[in-house]
Design a protein around this ligand. Sequence first.
Ligand SMILES: Cc1cc2nc3c(=O)[nH]c(=O)nc-3n(C[C@H](O)[C@H](O)[C@H](O)COP(=O)(O)OP(=O)(O)OC[C@H]3O[C@@H](n4cnc5c(N)ncnc54)[C@H](O)[C@@H]3O)c2cc1C
Length: 319
Amino acid sequence: MNALMTHRPDFFDALSHIAGNLAAHAPLAPLSWFRAGGPAELLYRPESRTELSACLAALPAGVPVCVIGAGSNLLVREGGVPGLVVHLGAEFAAIEVLPGNRIRVGAGAMDVKLAVAARDAAIAGFEFLRGIPGMLGGAVKMNAGAYGGEISDIFVSASGIDRQGNSIQFGPAEADFSYRHSAIPDDVILTDIVLQGVPGDTDRISARLAEVAAARADAQPVNQRTGGSTFRNPPADLAGGRKAWELIDAAGCRGLRLGRAMVSEKHCNFLINTGGATADELEALGELVRERVKADSGIDLVWEIRRIGLPAGQSRGAK
Ligand SMILES: Cc1cc2nc3c(=O)[nH]c(=O)nc-3n(C[C@H](O)[C@H](O)[C@H](O)COP(=O)(O)OP(=O)(O)OC[C@H]3O[C@@H](n4cnc5c(N)ncnc54)[C@H](O)[C@@H]3O)c2cc1C
C-alpha cells in the first residue's frame, strides 16, 4: 500500500482543535474532472471563512497548502498532494446581486449558476461563464474565458485568505490578469469575488446563454473525463496565429492514445480519460503531444492544465 495512505500526517495534531471537516489521505480523484490521481495528505472542507482562517493560522510553517475548486482544470498526480488541500463547498457558494449591476459571489459557486443568476437579475456580460464548468475561485485564478469574454473583463475585486490565515484583497492591479493567468499567489485561497456587468434584457441574455451552451456541446467533449484545454494557445507572433489545437492536429496527434488516455477526436487540445487512465498516463500523453508538436512546428506548448502533487512512487513517506 502507498505509504501516504497508511498514517496521519505529522502536522495533524496541530489542527486537532480546528472546526470543519478534516480527512487524512482523502482521495482526490472524485474531486477532479479527470477522475484520476492520488490522495490529499490532509483534505479540509471549511464551513466558514473564520474556520478557514483559523486552520491556516494553526498550520505549521512549511506545510504546503493548495486549494481546489471543481477540479476542471487540474491533473492530480498519482503520488498524491503533500500538505493541506482545501476544498470549498456549498458554504462558499452564495450569490448576491448588488446595486449598479454588480454581483458578489462566493468562490465555491459554479460559473454556470452565476451566469443564470445574472440573467435573472437582467445583468449582461456574464454569458461566457455558461461555457465554463468550474467554480468562481478557479475562474478568477485562471482568468477563465470563452466565446469572447473573460474574467478580467468583469472583475472588480476579490477577497481571500493567505497562508498565515490573514485576509487579503485583490483589485485588478494586484490580480494582474493575462491570458488564462492571474498573479494571485498559489497559496492564497479566494473566498469572495465582486464582478461588474451592464444592464441587459433577460430574453436576449437567455438567447446568448443557449448559444454558448450549444456551441460548447458542439465543439468540446463535454460529457467525458477531461481537464479542458490542455495547453495554452501560443502567442500569435510565435505560431503565426495558429492555436494550440491546430498545432496538435498538424503534428498528427488527434486521437493519439497512450494506455487508457487519449487525445480527443472532437477537440484535439483536450485529453480524455477513456476509463481507468492513471494521471501518469494522462501526463505522459500530454508530454508526447508536446514532443511531437515541437518536432513538427518548433513550438513549445505550455501546459494550461494545472498539475499538482507527486509522481507515482514519490508519496511523502514512501519507502
Ligand atoms: C469540458 C471543459 C471545458 C472547459 N472550457 C473552458 C473554457 O472554455 N474556458 C476556460 O477558461 N476554461 C475552460 N475549462 C477549464 C476550467 O473549467 C477553468 O479553468 C475553470 O475556471 C477552473 O475552475 P475550477 O473550479 O474547476 O478550478 P480547479 O480546476 O479546481 O483549479 C484550477 C486552479 O485554480 C486554483 N483555484 C481553485 N479554486 C481556487 C480558490 N478558491 N482560490 C484560489 N485559487 C483557486 C487551483 O489551485 C488551481 O490552480 C474547461 C474545462 C473542462 C473540463
